[in-house]
Design a protein around this ligand. Structure first.
Ligand SMILES: [Zn+2]
Ligand SMILES: [Zn+2]
Length: 116
C-alpha cells in the first residue's frame, strides 16, 4: 500500500492535487523531507482525489492508477496492466506483486521461475 505525500510549489497549491506528489509506503514516517520522499518514489506526478471512494489516484503512473481506487469503487478497474508482459489482464485473475500486478498465469509462472 502507498499513500501520497505533497510538496507544494507555492502557497496557492498547498495540499492540492496539483502539487508535486510522491507515493510512499504507508510504513514511511509522516515527516519526510522532499529528498527522502523522492528516494522512495523517483517519479513524482500529480494526484486526483476520486469523488467516489475518496482515494488519491496517481495520474502519473497508469499502472499505479489501477490499484489506487478502493476495491468497492466503481472506478476500481476490471483490468490491470500486467508488469511482466505489459498487456491488460483480468484483475480477478491477477496477482499483486511489488506494488503492481502480474496478470497472466503464464507470466506468473515465468516470474516464479525467474526467482528460483
Ligand atoms: Zn475511486
Ligand atoms: Zn502478462
Amino acid at each position: 500500500m502507498t499513500r501520497p505525500v505533497f510538496y507544494e510549489q507555492d502557497d496557492d497549491t498547498a495540499g492540492q492535487p496539483t502539487a508535486t506528489m510522491y507515493w510512499v509506503p504507508l510504513s514511511a514516517p509522516n515527516e519526510l523531507t522532499e529528498a527522502q520522499a523522492k528516494e522512495l518514489d523517483p517519479t513524482p506526478g500529480t494526484a486526483t482525489l476520486c469523488n467516489e471512494c475518496e482515494e488519491w489516484i496517481n495520474d502519473a503512473n497508469s499502472a499505479m492508477c489501477n490499484i489506487d481506487h478502493a476495491p468497492w469503487c466503481s472506478l476500481y478497474p476490471k483490468v490491470v496492466l500486467c508488469k511482466v508482459c505489459g498487456k491488460l489482464a483480468d484483475r480477478a485473475m491477477a496477482h499483486r506483486h511489488d506494488g503492481g500486478w502480474v496478470g497472466h498465469e503464464s507470466c506468473w509462472e515465468e516470474r516464479l521461475r525467474a526467482t528460483e
